[in-house]
Design a protein around this ligand. Structure first.
Ligand SMILES: [Zn+2]
Ligand SMILES: [Zn+2]
Ligand SMILES: [Zn+2]
Length: 283
């Protein structure tokens, strides 16, 4: 992988309702600032593998995935990683059938057992295709169960699941490190690597902090100013980011309580608010 090839794309940075919120006339929902328009949360990691082939990994498929894909002109998807089963992170899965059609191959879908069970139940027409009345055009997916304690390798990246808590629900963050020619984590990693994506988090279990050490880039959930039972507030997210100490942290999954131009300049050093369409190539 050469340094110029790798990018971490913030496809959507909003909470489950998106921003603007339907029917809301608040200052953020009516803001002219494009950074205050937030589609539901999803990200992508774009890079070239050791053979120089382009690769695109999606993290979650929110209901807005189609719009996000069109914006970035995606024409492939090599794997999907799911953080958890919630609707705002999964209900764009149907649209990945276009990548199957273009690439003429199935897509691996990586998720923990709870999330895979949810996907198989909601998307029966995909996972039990033989039961469909008509054999219509549905996605071609291969479910891959993540063992929370076991990293796995995808196209020259080592993906480490990072167990997190979303209220009482165990969810996954993901860390991505670049491997060298010997299959070891490279001593010097290009672009935004090592990176981690941790959304919908209200607590980081003790054993997970070490999985987040030495990051160049961190995406971290930050819902709003007021307390919430299943998400970090602004202050909690800043505290966690401080402790993790990534070279650069980008906050995601924000409600309409957060006005980009107001909060972003007040954040501590090496912390920024992400926004839809942000592409990070160097941390
Ligand atoms: Zn969410
Ligand atoms: Zn609003
Ligand atoms: Zn959630």
């Amino acid at each position: 992988m050469s340094p110029g090839d790798a990018a971490f794309l913030f496809l959507g940075t909003g909470t489950s309702s998106g921003v603007p919120v339907i029917g809301c006339t608040c200052a953020v929902c009516t803001s002219d600032d494009p950074r205050d328009r937030r589609l539901r949360c999803g990200a992508a990691i774009r890079f070239k593998d050791a053979e120089g082939a382009p690769r695109l990994l999606l993290i979650d498929t929110p209901p807005d995935h189609r719009e996000q894909s069109l914006r970035h002109r995606f024409d492939r998807c090599d794997a999907i990683l799911y953080t958890h089963n919630h609707v705002d992170h999964t209900f764009g899965l149907d649209d990945v059938r276009r990548y199957n059609a273009i690439m003429r191959q199935p897509i691996d879908v990586w998720a923990d057992e709870h999330t895979l069970d949810h996907l198989k139940r909601v998307y029966r027409h995909i996972f039990e295709r033989h039961k469909n009345v008509n054999d219509s055009f549905v996605a071609d997916l291969i479910p891959r169960r993540i063992d929370e304690s076991k990293p796995f390798d995808l196209f020259g990246l080592r993906i480490t699941p990072v167990p997190l808590l979303h209220g009482r629900l165990p969810v996954l963050g993901f860390r991505a490190d670049v491997l060298d020619a010997d299959g070891q984590i490279a001593a010097s990693q290009p672009g935004p690597f090592p990176l981690a994506y941790c959304t919908d988090v209200s607590a980081i279990p003790p054993a997970s902090w070490r999985l987040l050490s030495g990051l160049r880039t961190l995406a971290l959930g930050m819902l709003r100013y007021r307390a919430h039972p299943t998400h970090f507030t602004v202050d909690e997210a800043i505290d966690a980011a401080q402790r993790i100490g990534a070279d650069q942290t980008y906050f995601i999954h924000m409600t309409h309580d957060i006005r980009h131009a107001e909060l972003d300049p007040r954040l501590p050093d090496r912390m920024r608010l992400a926004y839809d369409g942000l592409i990070v190539t160097d941390g």
